[in-house]
Every structure is written in structure tokens, then in C-alpha cells.
Write a protein that binds this ligand. Structure first.
Ligand code: NAI
Length: 336
């Protein structure tokens, strides 16, 4: 009987990283009595077979398409856990059809919130230009005059765990904070005024995005909404690339309607980020255009990447798989 249970307590881990995740995977799998099947690559139709005999798989932000979900279901996988907060990379509808359940890893919001504030400051102080110039010993002033956050009205869209932490952090900068969410939060009201989305778009000097990507808010920032915004608006996105229509954003930057942009996430980032693609032709020309602008800071989906978050992501992923397999309460399963 012990052998039976042991055989079943197997988790296939995709995108397993030796340099930062391995020590935590080893620690928590030992503590929980889980056997790991390790794959260093993203899951695909070929390496899916490694999950045969595993009820659970652990992934990061690589796509689980309908086809791949079907393949995993055929192999007996019943639970997919993503070591990330967002789970829009999983075809959840197909998973539900197949009876595959899924979960995420809501690690602490501080790392992403810190990073968001950093991108805000970098954007309004033209840090990209300052650093590029300094690197070639160009110490001139012309063209790099900054703006002060205290003079801004900052609009926070999405006041969940991360948005809320950003609001609290911003409260020390002396700026006016306005916010929009489907559900208002009392803690946020201490520091910010909730307004409707239209008013936020029209009155904010800086707009920062902190909602999950859903069917309802796909391309929330688009030609129409950009047209409503204040001239020289600053846009920060550490949530998901699909919240912004990239073509519309580029047009807004080119027409100088948009003053600065900080993006930790972009559309079509799948298969690109976390790989060394130096020698490759990248099939994302919008990203190349964005990277070329002096007032756009693009980082490769790094906001989450802290020591605290990595440990927690691995811990929650294995706890969640363990809970699924033992039938215990699973706080990291997505049920909505
Ligand atoms: P959360 O679930 O705590 O908060 C999300 C908030 O967005 C909720 O208050 C919800 O009511 C609101 N919301 C949902 N749909 C909305 C809509 N259409 N309009 C307005 N508000 C809406 O999530 P959390 O932890 O704050 O994370 C937010 C997002 O940040 C994640 O979904 C993820 O996509 C992204 N993220 C990015 C990371 C990075 O490394 N760049 C790391 C972690 C998360």
C-alpha cells in the first residue's frame, strides 16, 4: 500500500531551474514525501510523456494549449499547477472540459510592487537615457529633464494584492492616487480615491496596470482609451502584455501623446523570455520597436524575480500538488 501511494505522489516539474529553484524543490519535495520527475524545458507535445504516471504537473508561464491539455489528460494528468500568479497561459476552459483542475501560486506582492514603483521612477526620470549616456561618458543634461512623482495623479487599475501594495508604497511620495477595480477595497480607500475607469483614463498622469488578463479586459489600453488620456501620460504594465494593444501603444508613443512607458510584460512574450536569444531572429517586431524608443523601458518579465518569491512559488506549487493528491484543502487551487 505504501508503494502504491508513493507511486502516485509524483509531480512532473517543467521548466525546472537548477540555479535558483532546485534547492527549494529538493527541500519541499522531501518534506512532503513527493517524487519529482524533472524536465528543464517548457512542456510540449513531445516531452509531455514525461508526466505519464504523474497526477500533477508544475509549470511556469509557458502555454498550455487545448492540444497540450488533451495530451496531458490522455497521460493521466489531473492537476496543473503554475508557479506564477497569472494563469492566463493555461487554456482553462479546455482543462475544465477535460476534468483537469488547476492552481496558481499567489506569492507575496512586495517584489512586483517594488519593481512597479522602480519602473515608474525610471520612466519619469528618463533613467534609460541617463544610463545609456553615462555608459558612453555623455554627461550632458539636454533632453533628460525629469518629472516629480509628487506632481502626478497616479491611476492604479486593479487593487488586488499587488495594486494595493503599490498604492501603499505610493502614499509616501505625495502624489494623488486614484484607483479602479471591479471591487473596491477599504484599505485602499485610506490612500486613494476610487473613480470609474473612464475618469481614471482621463485624469491620471500615470496609469499602472495590476489586473489579471481576462476576456473582459483584453486590450484595455487601446486607441480609444489612449485618445482619452492626458497628453504625456506615462503607462506602466507589470501585469500582462495582453492588457495593452501594442500597435496602439506604439502609435501613441510616436505621436508623442504618451510621454513614457515602462513594460515588464509584452504581447507575444511566450517562448522568448528566460531564454538566451542573442543570435536569433525574433518574431516580435513590436518588441524591437518598443525597445528602440528612448522613453520606453522594457524588461523581460522580471518583476516577480526575488529570492522570497522563488522560494514561495516552489513551496506553494508542491503544497498545492500534495493537497490535490491527498484530498486535503487546497488554498492554491483556482476554482472561479
Ligand atoms: P489579485 O487577484 O490579488 O488582484 C487582481 C485585482 O484585479 C482584483 O482586485 C480584481 O478584482 C481586479 N480585476 C480583475 N479584473 C478586472 C477588470 N476587468 N477591471 C478592473 N479590475 C479587475 O492579483 P495580484 O496578485 O494583485 O496580481 C495582479 C496581476 O499581476 C496578476 O494577475 C498577474 O497577471 C500579474 N503579475 C505579474 C508579475 C510579473 O512578474 N510581472 C508577477 C505576478 C503577477
Amino acid at each position: 500500500m505504501r508503494e502504491m501511494i508513493k507511486m502516485k505522489m509524483k509531480v512532473a516539474v517543467y521548466n525546472y531551474r537548477e540555479f535558483d529553484e532546485a534547492k527549494w524543490f529538493q527541500k519541499y519535495s522531501k518534506e512532503l514525501g513527493l517524487e519529482l520527475v524533472i524536465c528543464h524545458d517548457a512542456p510540449d507535445m513531445e516531452n509531455a510523456s514525461m508526466a505519464e504516471g504523474c497526477a500533477c504537473i508544475s509549470i511556469i508561464t509557458s502555454k498550455i494549449t487545448a492540444e497540450l491539455a488533451q495530451r496531458f489528460a490522455d497521460l493521466g494528468v489531473k492537476y496543473i499547477h503554475t508557479r506564477t500568479i497569472g494563469y492566463d497561459h493555461i487554456d482553462t476552459q479546455k482543462c475544465r472540459e477535460l476534468g483537469i483542475r488547476f492552481g496558481n501560486a499567489p506569492y507575496g506582492p512586495n517584489g512586483v510592487a517594488d519593481y512597479t514603483v522602480m519602473l515608474m521612477l525610471m520612466s519619469i526620470r528618463r533613467m534609460k537615457c541617463i544610463m545609456e549616456r553615462a555608459a558612453v561618458q555623455d554627461y550632458t543634461l539636454k533632453g533628460i529633464q525629469g518629472r516629480e512623482l509628487a506632481d502626478f495623479t497616479v491611476g492604479v487599475i486593479g487593487t488586488g494584492r499587488i495594486g494595493r501594495t503599490v498604492v501603499k508604497a505610493l502614499s509616501g511620495f505625495g502624489c494623488r492616487i486614484i484607483a479602479y477595480d471591479l471591487y473596491e477595497n477599504d484599505e485602499v480607500k485610506q490612500f486613494a480615491d476610487y473613480v470609474n475607469l473612464d475618469e481614471l483614463m482621463r485624469t491620471a498622469d500615470l496609469i499602472t496596470l495590476h489586473t489579471p488578463l481576462t476576456d473582459d479586459n483584453y486590450h484595455l489600453i487601446n486607441r480609444e482609451t489612449i485618445a482619452k488620456m492626458k497628453d504625456q501620460v506615462v503607462i506602466i504594465n507589470t501585469a500582462r502584455g495582453g492588457l495593452i494593444d501594442t500597435d496602439a501603444l506604439i502609435e501613441g508613443i510616436e505621436s508623442e501623446k504618451i510621454g513614457a512607458v515602462g513594460l515588464d510584460v509584452v504581447e507575444k512574450e511566450f517562448g522568448l523570455y528566460y531564454y538566451d536569444r542573442k543570435s536569433d531572429i525574433i518574431g516580435n517586431r513590436e518588441l524591437s520597436v518598443l525597445r528602440g524608443f528612448p522613453n520606453v523601458t522594457v524588461t523581460p518579465h522580471m518583476a516577480f524575480y526575488t529570492d522570497n518569491a522563488i522560494r514561495t512559488m516552489v513551496e506553494k506549487s508542491l503544497l498545492s500538488c500534495h493537497a490535490f493528491m491527498t484530498g486535503a484543502e487546497n488554498p492554491y487551487e483556482v476554482t472561479d
